[in-house]
Design a protein around this ligand. Structure first.
Ligand code: ADP
Length: 482
């Protein structure tokens, strides 16, 4: 149960719908969030720097006034003249505190009046006496502290230190309000991206679903139906067209299977019907003379031979239809193979005074399945004799190059009409049905030959002219390719 659930979840994650949705959401939101974070950070540092710069500038102005009004803090007292008002104003505007310290670190002015007269000992103040300013930003309590040196204008000698402590609450308030509006924009954007991703990935899935539904419908047995090409993405249209091509092919296969079965039944039935007629006519008559019996029985025997021929050819064809894994490949001398076949056919040719010539251009050794190739060549030579005229000729030739060997079977026979040339390799196809039957043909010979040649990864071609003759050429690789 747990395993099935996990499997289902994994299947869901592999769904294009879900993946497109996630990619769109990530592509839409990750950059938006990163951009928002960066903008917010740079906004904060910019506004903070601006404030500090402005404070430092004010500090400089006050420092100048101080050194002008109470030169180098040599005399005691806390009167700083014009600078006094500036200091109070600055403290007022920024709601903060200003402390002025002389070079002995005595507090000479504190706008809070808490530290006046005391001595300040702090690292930053000592550093400032050496001319080094420092800043400290406290984000938690929202204030900034600046420690600035007060230097003489002409000698640049540090005569005191100014300590500013100002609230930056207003900056954080501004920052918070910007962040808040940014967040609202981000939430709205997220919603828009989610909805768009959901709609788009759903739209992408729709034609897929309809293709799957159509294929399911077909697999229920409605093979002849074609899936309408959806008006959507090119890739999906391509898939639909491929599926349609596949179904046309499957339909053709199914048709040819049905045709084959009905042809087989018909072919097997014909001799049986003849036998039945012959036997019935014998049974129906009384006192049939002996010669009649003999004649009828000979006819019945011929029909039995025909039936067994058909069955043998069918078995051979079934064997050819099996996978190429069933090939029994070995190196064989093709010249010898053809000689053996010719030896068997010669007596049949001789009966009708047909000249049978074999011309070999070179010895050929090739990797072949002997049984299958023998059957293929036998069929071609037998046909050349069968469909020949009396006193005609049959030429068989063998040649080879470095990759292929070539067998050519030519005859001086009746030839094949042009419109039948494409069909002669079909199962049970016969040009002249009566003649073929007469010669005991099943109409399967060339079909078997072609299958055998194709199983050797070869090719077969046919050239023919009616009443002049026919030539079959076969090309087969010398080395068998799996
Ligand atoms: P069959 O068993 O009837 O000979 P095949 O498949 O061997 O069947 O041949 C199919 C048909 O092609 C034959 O019926 C015949 O009409 C024609 N055919 C085959 N070979 C030749 C040939 N060499 N010359 C003329 N016609 C041929």
């Amino acid at each position: 149960m747990i395993f099935t659930n996990a499997k289902q979840r994994f299947r869901m994650l592999k769904s294009m719908h879900i993946q497109v949705f996630f990619v769109m959401v990530c592509a839409g939101l990750i950059p938006a969030f990163l951009l928002f974070g960066t903008i917010l950070n740079s906004f904060e540092s910019r506004i903070m720097n601006q404030r500090i710069d402005s404070l430092e500038y004010q500090g400089k102005v006050i420092a100048n006034l101080l050194v002008n009004s109470n030169m180098s803090f040599t005399s005691d007292g806390s009167e700083f003249g014009e600078a006094e008002t500036e200091i109070e104003q600055l403290a007022d505007i920024y709601e903060g505190r200003v402390i002025i310290v002389d070079r002995k670190l005595h507090v000479r002015k504190d706008t809070y009046k808490l530290e006046e007269g005391k001595t300040i000992i702090s690292e930053e103040a000592i550093q400032a006496l050496h001319g080094k300013k420092s800043r400290y930003i406290n984000k938690e309590d929202q204030y900034v502290e600046l420690v600035l040196p007060i230097a003489m204008e002409d000698t640049k000698e540090t005569v005191g230190v100014m300590i500013f402590s100002f609230s930056i609450k207003d900056i954080y308030e501004l920052y918070d309000s910007v962040e808040k509006s940014g967040r609202i924009i981000l939430y709205v954007l997220s919603m828009i991206v989610f909805v768009c991703a959901l709609l788009y990935s759903g739209r992408l899935k729709k034609p897929m679903d309809s293709i799957v539904a159509s294929i399911d419908h077909m697999s229920e047995g409605y093979m002849s139906e074609q899936i309408p090409i959806p008006n959507t993405y090119t890739e999906i249209q391509d898939i639909t067209e491929s599926v349609n091509r596949l179904t046309v092919r499957l339909q053709k296969l199914e048709d040819s299977r049905q045709e084959f079965v009905s042809n087989v039944s018909h072919e097997l039935k014909t001799p049986i019907t003849s036998m039945k007629v012959l036997a019935d006519s014998l049974i129906g008559q009384e006192d049939v003379p002996n010669e009649y019996y003999r004649e009828f029985m000979e006819d019945i025997a011929a029909e039995i031979d025909r039936e067994s021929n058909i069955i043998n050819d069918l078995l051979a064809l079934v064997k050819m239809d099996k996978k190429s894994g069933q090939m029994n490949i070995e190196s064989r001398n093709i010249n010898e193979l053809i000689e053996q076949i010719l030896k068997r056919i010669r007596p049949i040719a001789a009966k009708r005074n047909i000249e049978l010539v074999f011309e070999s251009f070179r010895p050929v050794i090739a990797e072949i399945d002997e049984v299958k190739l023998s059957l293929a060549i036998s069929n071609l030579i037998e046909n050349a004799v069968k469909y020949n005229r009396d006193d005609g000729w049959v030429h068989v030739s063998l040649n080879a190059d470095h990759r292929f060997f070539y067998i050519k079977v030519s005859d001086s026979g009746v030839g094949i009409p042009e419109d039948s040339l494409d069909s002669v390799f079909e199962r049970f196809y016969r040009v002249d049905k009566a003649r073929s039957r007469e010669t005991g043909g099943s109409g399967l010979g060339l079909s078997i030959t072609r299958s055998a040649v194709l199983m050797h990864r070869g090719a077969i071609k046919i050239y023919s002219k009616e009443q002049e003759g026919t030539t079959f050429t076969v090309r087969i690789p010398i080395n068998y390719v799996q």
